[in-house]
Design a protein around this ligand. Structure first.
Ligand code: GDP
Ligand code: MG
Length: 449
């Protein structure tokens, strides 16, 4: 995966003040590869990697993250920003009905989406009407009727007698049906109308003209461009054609349940600047969700929940303390009991991340450590360390038998507890010395019971 490759790229880089240009270029190559693997369009990849390179060059090295994580975070932040940052909700008309028109190639998932959207809206208390303005394919009206029935909403369609031809011919008047459908919604007080339209396998002018005519006839509040996530490199041309031909206010990415890594999302968002609003994730009407830019970013990068983990680690770990400790360790200074206490407190914060740690390559061991981590232990350790003199904290070697007894009394614990703490501390100190020679994650020491 990308995170493995980046970790390998940065294996020998630790504790530097800034990422070097050569390091960044090596990273950018990996990112380019990951984006192309995810089927992001080539010009979009170029633009994106240039932006990442620029940001990485000026980034300060964070105390909480290693260089690989840091670049991953920059890449992720950029991706999330382009994919829309916060997701946008549907805009409802001030005066109902809100008209939502669907556009996209044949097979993109428009009709299925009409049902999904209708069901979701109905569950939110709306009263949607579906309008069958796809009169291109013989079965289109029937298909929408089936979907409407499943969603429990009515459908407005031309009379069944109007269709049934086996060849692909224009039956009836889709623009008229769309217009009548909206009028029907207004008359019957449906607060939302979803207009399903026809699509062709490829972009063509007749289709585009029809879609534009429907748009002009119904004046939609939202035009949702539905695009198959598997479309790959064709995403750019298709999105551009629909942007010029009909224009759209939002994007729906369909078939995200498949293998597609979702590069189309980045391509469409970059090229059109329109928000991706929903994701379709299966054939069932409930396989539908609000689009999450952050999830899509990690999918494109193929990193599972690594990014979430990194973010939480960064939040949990006080950067300043991490830097101090890193400086100490790299200066070969000894790791004190006060440092040990700080580490344990950090571990307590990380406790909530147990599950995710298992997803990080090489972090399974750490997960097991956290599994056995007793949060109350931090309080006991804190009491013990606070019962020590500053000299004892800095140099535990001086803690002899009588000091141990005094610390035990002061903390309300037994001398055995003091002994155990000092043993664990010695182990942690050893680990910190190893880490300072390389390997391991900064800020995630082994100071765990
Ligand atoms: P339209 O031509 O744009 O109206 O596309 P349809 O809604 O008819 O969908 C085309 C095919 O894709 C149908 O077989 C749908 O069941 C299927 N489909 C639509 N959305 C999804 C999805 O999110 N995931 C999967 N796996 N299949 C989908
Ligand atoms: Mg359809």
């Amino acid at each position: 995966s990308l995170s493995d490759r980046l970790t390998a790229t940065f294996k020998n880089l630790r504790g530097r003040g800034r990422l070097s240009e050569a390091d960044i270029d090596a990273t950018v190559r990996e990112i380019r590869r990951a984006l192309l693997d995810a089927d992001v369009a080539v010009p979009v990849v170029r633009e994106f990697t240039a932006a990442v390179r620029e940001r990485a060059l000026s980034a300060e090295v964070s105390g909480a993250l290693n260089p690989a994580q840091q670049v991953v975070k920059i890449v992720n932040d950029e991706l999330v920003a382009i994919l829309g940052g916060q997701t946008r909700a549907l805009q409802f008309a001030k005066t109902p009905p809100t008209v939502i028109m669907l556009a996209g190639l044949q097979g993109a998932g428009k009709t299925t989406l009409a049902g999904k959207l209708a069901l979701a809206l109905r569950e939110q208390g709306h009263t949607p009407l579906l309008v069958a303005a796809d009169l291109q394919r013989p079965n289109a009206v029937t298909q929408l009727s089936v979907v409407a029935e499943r969603a429990g909403v009515p459908v407005f369609a031309p009379h069944p007698g109007n269709q049934g031809a086996e060849t692909e011919v224009v039956i009836g008047d889709p623009v008229g049906v769309a217009r009548d459908g909206v009028a029907e919604a207004r008359a019957k007080q449906h607060d939302v109308v979803i207009v399903d339209t026809a699509g062709r396998l490829g972009v063509d002018q007749v289709l585009m003209k029809q879609a534009a005519d429907i748009r002009d006839a119904v004046q939609p509040d939202e035009v949702l461009f539905v695009i198959d996530a598997m479309i790959g490199q064709d995403a750019v041309a298709t999105a551009k054609a629909f942007e010029e031909g009909v224009d759209f206010t939002g994007v729906v990415l369909s078939k995200l349940d498949g293998d597609a890594r979702g590069g189309a999302a980045l391509s469409v968002a970059t090229i059109t600047g329109r928000p991706i609003m929903f994701a379709s994730t299966g054939e069932k009407l409930t396989d539908f969700e609000v689009f999450h830019p952050d999830r899509m970013a990690s999918r494109i990068l193929d990193m599972g929940d690594v990014l979430t983990l990194i973010e939480q680690a960064e939040k949990a770990f006080d950067a300043e303390q991490a830097e101090k400790m890193a400086a100490k360790v790299s200066a070969g200074e000894d790791f004190s009991l006060s440092d040990f206490l700080v580490q344990m407190q950090q571990m307590k914060k990380l406790g909530s991340m147990k599950k995710m740690l298992g997803m990080l390559p090489g972090m399974a061991q750490m997960r097991d450590q956290l599994e056995n981590f007793d949060e109350r232990e931090v309080d006991r350790v804190q009491a013990l360390i606070q019962s020590m003199t500053p000299a004892e904290r800095e140099n535990p070697k001086i803690i002899n038998g009588s000091r141990r007894a005094r610390i035990a009394r002061g903390s309300g614990q037994t001398t055995t507890a003091v002994n155990q703490l000092l043993e664990r501390f010695t182990q942690a100190q050893k680990m910190m010395r190893q880490m300072s020679k390389g390997g391991g994650m900064p800020g995630m020491p082994g100071g765990v019971p």
